[in-house]
Design a protein around this ligand. Sequence first.
Ligand SMILES: NC(=O)C1=CN([C@@H]2O[C@H](COP(=O)(O)OP(=O)(O)OC[C@H]3O[C@@H](n4cnc5c(N)ncnc54)[C@H](OP(=O)(O)O)[C@@H]3O)[C@@H](O)[C@H]2O)C=CC1
Ligand SMILES: O=C(O)CCC(=O)C(=O)O
Ligand SMILES: [Mg+2]
Length: 447
Amino acid sequence: MAAREGAKRLGAAVAAGRRPVHDPEMMTSGRRTVSYSKIKVPAGGQKIVLGQPIPDDPIVPYIEGDGIGVDITPVMIEVIDAAVAKAYGGKRKIHWMEVYAGEKATRVYGPDQWLPEETLAALKEFAVSIKGPMTTPVGGGIRSLNVALRQEMDLYQCIRPVRYFNGVPSPVKRPELVDMVIFRENTEDIYAGIEWPAQSEGARKVIDFLQKEMGVKKIRFPETSGIGIKPVSIEGTTRLVRAAIQYAIDNDRKSVTLVHKGNIMKFTEGLFRDVGYRVAQEQFGAQPIDGGPWSKFTNPKTGREIVVKDAIADAFLQQILLRPAEYDVIATLNLNGDYISDALAAQVGGIGIAPGANVGDKYAVFEATHGTAPKYAGLDKVNPGSLILSAEMMLRFFDWKEAADLVIKAMERTIQDKIVTYDFARLMEGATEVSCSGFGKAMIERM
Ligand SMILES: NC(=O)C1=CN([C@@H]2O[C@H](COP(=O)(O)OP(=O)(O)OC[C@H]3O[C@@H](n4cnc5c(N)ncnc54)[C@H](OP(=O)(O)O)[C@@H]3O)[C@@H](O)[C@H]2O)C=CC1
Ligand SMILES: O=C(O)CCC(=O)C(=O)O
Ligand SMILES: [Mg+2]
């Protein structure tokens, strides 16, 4: 079976909250094959093998994360353990296994060990994991470890649902109209990290090549330009758009919007749009509406219509504020998806409750949308909601629906009782402000 078929199913399964069907080619060995130096594999618990039923006692690796990782990760674990215990009375239990990346890895493994090999090996061996945020310095320094993980593990779908919880303070009048799921391409685009600093030998060589070999005359200041390359492929676009459309089918959604800047970047963002429509037409039987390019097809599962349309990114950013109800599933490129994630999260109360999952053919790594918020690190202050809701997505992937529902119910009740962290408290009348761990406790009390 083609790997991309496996990808389609795993991605759709994560997004739809179903476990993937049996597929021998997606299986890793049921036995332990790797020995670890610093990672302590729990004595109890079993490895998740994709394609087989999720065990009742899965081992789940987690990366604590930099900055506020130290605050939110233990709270997430406490809340998820409580939900699982309450839902299954001890019949099911996650065996958490800490693995190291980012600043903590440099403390455990030594200087410059930001993403140790055994961490990557463990994330692959145990297939499904969750991570806190990791710091990326601006300008120089190490490249993003978050992006590196996505690329190394080929986690090509970044799935970020954006929905409103009643009672959350929002800067818009009708936040409840926002109900979108972003499918962000996660391995290509300008995020590939192919770039050279201004005045470096690399930049000079590339500029020289462009000017002399390619006849490029449009580099305004060639002597002082940094250069970045933006690869966008037919394969990468096809698999991402296919996953987004499959999600729309599985979840009875109304539309899939391809968001791009293809009027300006014709052969990258424009390619994304064109290939996106082609996928809809050739793989899902979509037919052009009024001569196209918007297209539609009948959802084979529900008989309802799904429209595939596109929007240019700048216009899209104003439309999600003015007419959010018109947008549903969003498929977009890496950089656009990064911007859109935070912008949409703000409409429903901010990145304190914005969850996500990175999904590929063989592995899934769940993670919040936000970063390390360094000024709050270690203060037990920030909202743990994003990471808790990312773990809730993981529970749905396990098909542990009862536990996932408990997490959502507890989140709703806690917010409705106006027990919130600082980010919501500062915008709400009559709220009780609690700490990060206090919010977790309040959630557990309301399960
Ligand atoms: N996937 C990842 O691991 C990501 C990592 N990063 C990295 O994180 C670092 C910091 O990035 P930065 O641009 O400051 O973005 P952050 O997302 O870390 O923080 C920006 C602001 O968002 C608010 N915020 C973030 N998290 C929470 C939370 N849990 N609860 C409440 N409010 C929250 C805070 O707002 P306020 O100040 O208003 O209180 C915070 O100052 C960078 O190194 C960046 O590269 C960034 C994004 C994703
Ligand atoms: O990797 C980083 O530091 C930032 C990534 C990011 O903002 C994101 O994935 O949303
Ligand atoms: Mg981001």
